[in-house]
Unconditional design. Structure first.
Length: 160
């Protein structure tokens, strides 16, 4: 990772990657340069020449997954939040927390706290400052789950 002015960043990064390549060769560690990605985090449209590992240019990518968080080149976290939303909505646990479930409110809440909340909160300090339009998608999913757990009708306000 390198930060700074765009001209200096690429020179610094390529220098580092060259040293890394030498170190990997001396320790007989193989890294597949074809599977390596580079993401240029900027709002500019023009990106510089890609960095090189083993003198082979790495592909620029618009986004990448790092420690379970989808990082896009503009750091909007839209893909990450959409991925969380998809995971929560597709979960096969709805029959257990839905209106027809025989579980008590306490057990439904326990299921929510152990299954849904960790998915929704993972790495939230990183992406928590995303645009309101993105975070509202998660709030909407959370409200739907809360209504199902409490057996409230769809017209019930989330504050209630």
């Amino acid at each position: 990772m390198s930060t700074g002015e765009s001209n200096d960043v690429m020179a610094e990064l390529n220098n580092y990657l060259e040293q890394l390549g030498k170190w990997l060769i001396s320790w007989k560690i193989k890294v597949n340069a074809d599977k390596s990605q580079a993401v240029y985090f900027t709002r500019r449209r023009k990106v510089p020449d890609p960095p090189k590992l083993y003198r082979k240019a790495m592909k620029w990518s618009k986004d990448t997954k790092f420690l379970g968080v989808m990082l896009d080149s503009r750091l909007t976290y839209e893909k990450h939040i959409n991925n969380i939303n998809r995971k929560v909505r597709v979960a096969k646990i709805y029959p257990l927390i839905g209106r027809n479930s025989k579980l008590s409110l306490r057990n439904k809440l326990l299921l929510y706290k152990t299954i849904f909340r960790p998915i929704m909160n993972y790495a939230s300090p990183v992406w928590g400052d995303a645009a309101k339009t993105h975070t509202q998608k998660l709030e909407s999913a959370q409200n739907i789950i809360a209504r199902q757990i409490t057996d409230a009708h769809s017209g019930t306000s989330s504050k209630t």
